[in-house]
Design a protein around this ligand. Structure first.
Ligand code: GTP
Ligand code: SPV
Ligand code: MN
Length: 612
């Protein structure tokens, strides 16, 4: 045990590790950031109670009367989403960050950020959190240590990751770990009162892929600050995966059981705020089908000895979009939250100590406190009561639909991969790829309208390859080559089939053509029947698409069936525009790096469009 006590704080705790590199790093960061004290987190309930009480005292948290052990808070109105324009991949060579990432030389970035970090934790407590992404019993567990000066982050990391004493034990004296440094960048002078949501107008979310290091500064929100999530489990992990022969993906993981009792595991990549959590907690609209949740945001995919692709959820909680979540759309999320032990950020607060957001109930309560902390009354307010990117943070193991194997270190073998986006036109409800390379092509040109999950304009169509555009730690062309290589050296019969889906196609009035949510099981059913060889398909220019009678629309009205048919249409005139946009996207990647197989796929698609 090593005593690490910087300054006069009453809370300083002894280090629970003899890991020299961790001790040296923590001491070095404490010297630069000058916190009042250093607390080594044990991840216990006692710690949770102490930190949540502190957050209530500070005015950050409001304890909810209506839900056990649950808290509401609002962020600074400038700190509400991931900041993609302030996110950097600081690889040694600019080339390795590729055309889709912001790049700064790692030495320059460390120099600039060190000046921001200097004294940044003054007046605050520095927490040191050990965590493991994925089950601690994995063959090759991936550890992280996050330093943070935010109690909000410390309690959120308790929900989102496996953390604390058991992980310190596993890390031992010499395990590899990803060093995650986080500061909200809001030092306090002596006796300066704190604000409810400290943060800094200047923000940096920097990744150093070669040294497996993350430096985050200025934001306290979501993926900017909970560094196990997008920063580690996607940006750094994608680089680990490239080097070690696996894939780190922005995917939900779902277990489906047919009425005949057949099990399939599937994973699906949709961009932020495009339906992963909802599909992961699906309540099937078809009788006899069962859906169970394994993960809702991130999947780590590795080939097993049997040649199949296995998926593990590296997280332990959900950081889910609140608006649109209700008993009709996502009853499992609502039931998860009813159990308590949750944090709500930027939702509205009811007068009786509960949370509310648009879509929770059909009509809002007569009075609310909105996400800016102001009075809010239906009909009179200028904006929504909850921020569109307001989130709940809740443990996965209290979800009623969780599958027992969610925590299995071996993962689950995948039958299918789905790639989907939010597209008002063009992209059919579902299309099956012709083979692995065609599926990788489909995923490489995935596109979606931007959402409130990231700061910036909403509703603009952009290419979002594999739903990973904001989360890739290296060159997108190399990433495509990695996908192709892994599939091409595998047994084709053991590979998951690749499908493209679009729940968000609209009619001329802007209404969704497909009802979505629980009805999405109808689409999944067709995909599984394709895998089992029983469903019929039309061969179109863009892939295999259900013949109308092969999609189970039982219970749909005639009008709903017509709308489903429209959602399935492959309209060549729309695809001509799409091709132009795909060509632009590929041109930006650079012919030296874009795999020739993908250029061949694009040429073949153009050829099919011209001849069918
Ligand atoms: P991130 O956590 O940002 O990665 O988002 P996500 O991909 O998990 O998206 P989520 O499931 O939280 O859904 C985002 C929004 O899309 C919510 O407002 C949902 O209500 C809405 N949504 C989800 N599934 C469907 C669907 O099948 N159809 C329609 N129309 N909307 C959906
Ligand atoms: C996303 O934006 O994809 C999220 C939310 O899941 S965040 O954790 O902020 O990245
Ligand atoms: Mn996400």
């Amino acid at each position: 045990m090593v005593e690490t006590d910087h300054g006069p704080g009453a809370e300083a705790t002894p280090a629970p590790t003899g890991h020299t590199r961790i001790l040296d790093w923590v001491a070095e960061i404490a010297d630069v950031t000058t916190p009042e004290d250093v607390v080594w987190c044990d991840g216990s309930r006692t710690e949770w109670d102490r930190l949540t009480a502190r957050l209530v005292d500070k005015g950050t948290f409001v304890a909810l009367a209506a839900k056990p052990n649950s808290f509401w808070c609002v962020s600074d109105p400038e700190d509400v989403a991931r900041v993609e324009d302030r996110t950097f991949i600081c690889s040694h060579s600019r080339r390795d960050a590729g055309p889709t990432n912001n790049w700064v030389d790692p030495v320059d970035m460390r120099t600039v950020m060190t000046e921001h970090y200097r004294g940044a934790m003054a007046g605050r407590t520095m927490y040191v959190i050990a965590f493991c992404m994925g089950p601690v019993d994995a063959d090759d567990p991936k550890y992280g240590v996050q330093i943070t000066d935010s109690e909000y982050v410390a309690v959120s990391m308790q929900i989102m990751t496996r953390s604390g004493t058991p992980v310190w034990g596993r890390i031992g004296a010499d395990a590899e770990f990803v060093a995650c440094l986080h500061s909200v960048g809001a030092p306090l002078r002596p006796r300066q009162p704190d604000v409810a949501w400290p943060c800094n107008h200047t923000k940096y979310i920097a990744h150093f892929p070669e040294s497996r290091t993350i430096w985050s500064y200025g934001s306290g929100y979501g993926g900017n600050a909970l560094l196990g999530k997008k920063c580690f489990a996607l940006r750094i992990a994608s680089v680990l995966a490239r080097d070690e022969g696996w894939l780190a993906e922005h995917m939900l993981i779902l277990k489906l059981t047919s009425p005949q009792g057949r099990n399939h595991y599937v994973a699906a990549a949709f961009p932020s705020s495009c339906g992963k959590t909802n599909l992961a907690m699906l309540e099937p609209a078809l009788a006899g089908w069962k859906a169970e949740t394994i993960g809702d945001d991130i999947a780590w995919l590795r080939f097993g000895a049997d040649g199949r692709l296995y998926a593990v959820n590296p997280e332990a909680g959900f950081f889910g979009v609140a608006p649109g979540t209700g008993t009709k759309t996502n009853p499992n999320a609502i039931a998860t939250l009813e159990q308590g032990n949750s944090i709500f950020t930027n939702t509205a607060l009811t007068d009786d100590g509960d949370v509310w957001w648009e879509g929770l109930t059909a009509t809002p309560p007569p009075h609310l406190t909105d996400w800016r902390g102001n009075d809010w009354k239906p009909g009179t307010a200028a904006g929504p009561a909850a921020h569109p990117n307001s989130r709940y943070c809740t443990p996965i193991d209290q979800c009623p639909s969780v599958a027992p194997e969610w925590d299995d270190p071996a993962g689950v073998p995948l039958s299918a991969l789905f790639f989907g986006g939010r597209r008002a036109t063009t992209i059919p409800l579902i299309a099956e790829s012709f083979d692995w390379n065609h599926g990788v092509f489909m995923a490489s040109v995935l596109s979606s309208e931007t959402t409130a999950a990231a700061a910036g304009q909403v509703g603009v169509v952009r290419r979002d390859p594999m739903a990973m555009l904001p989360f890739l730690g290296y060159h997108v062309g190399d990433y495509f080559a990695h996908w192709l290589r892994l599939g091409n050296r595998a047994d084709p019969a053991a590979l998951p089939k690749i499908f493209q889906v679009n729940w968000f196609r609209r009619d001329e009035d802007g209404q969704f053509l497909w009802p979505g949510f629980g009805d999405n099981v109808r689409v999944l059913k067709w995909a599984l029947e394709r895998i089992e060889g029983t469903a019929a398909a039309d061969t179109t220019a863009v892939g295999y698409v259900p013949v109308p009678s092969s999609l189970d629309l039982s219970g749909f009205s005639a009008a709903a069936k017509r709308r489903a048919d429209a959602a399935l249409e492959v309209r060549h005139e729309e695809w001509i525009d799409e091709i132009a946009s795909i060509e632009d996207w590929y041109a930006g990647i650079g012919s030296g790096t874009l795999p020739t197989q993908l250029c061949d796929q694009l040429a073949a698609l153009k050829n099919r469009l011209a001849h069918t």
